[in-house]
Design a protein. Sequence first.
Length: 342
Amino acid sequence: MLYRNLSRLILGIALATLIGFSAPAARAYESGGDLSELTWEQSSQGVTFHDSTGATIDVISYAKSKGWTCVRLRLLVSGGSGVLGQNLSYDLALAKKVKAAGLHLILDLFYSDGWCDPGQQTTPSNWSGQSYGTLRSTVQSYTTSVLNSFKNNGTLPDYVQVGNEISNGMLWPVGGLSNQSQFVGLIQSGIAGVRAVSSTPKIILHCPNAANTSLVEWFFNTIAAQCSYNIVGLSYYPSIGTDMSDIKTAMNTYKGMFGNRPIMLVEFAYPYSGSKTSGSGYWTTPAGQGIITTDINTIMKSYSQGAGVIYWGSTYVTGSWGAESLFDFNSHNAEPAFYNLH
């Protein structure tokens, strides 16, 4: 009996080998941060980043060594000024470092020369006044040119985000919500621009306010449903004192929705300094920021559609957003949350 069972086991292994059997691949889950400001902070602000002990680090390679899998970079059409100085050459140089470290890359396309969010989606100055038809062509050719530059740089993105927080449209006024069909057409042109270069990058469409289920459902069931995309991208900025029951409720609501596509929080952040809150919420302290960062990853991993968490403004240590950075805005030492993105 033992011999017969052993023979069957050996035969089964041999057959599995012959037919190319392999164990199911683990679910893809990305964790890391948006490092768009990194070069600007270093070159223009004179910032040197350190680990938690005060030792100088190379942020990108150090992040990889601490379990990060992914970095996000925004790209502005003409490149803005100051903290928004992410033009093509800026991003290509950073992307080289990201890929050299073995990290995945999300390219976040701001179809603007400034911030893109629900309250501002300004058409680039060089594209101003174009008709809808011309603008669609411009978006597609621009996106193709950008993707070719990244491909030729040896840094083809793993993900491309076509627009940033575009729940109220993009490229205003042509792609505003009052011109909904044109809004959809512009997204489609951006996606076509990516696909003209490669079928490899996964397309992310990005809606703010992950916990606002009515907004998210409307955007992905009405706008995104008309587009060929791969990842549901959301922003989630928990209010101070939250117990994050809102994101748990939202993720439960989204189960099986949007074609069962993966859902990634492409923007998440929480302050380590400011108004403190205890009880059921999280302290706005380094330890509190670290705990909530661990908890949000645990929450997202618990859902079959949960695809990752990307921390926004990871190295943004100057200006009004410094207290949400993963580095102390005075010492520039890594906060506990930096180590909890995995």
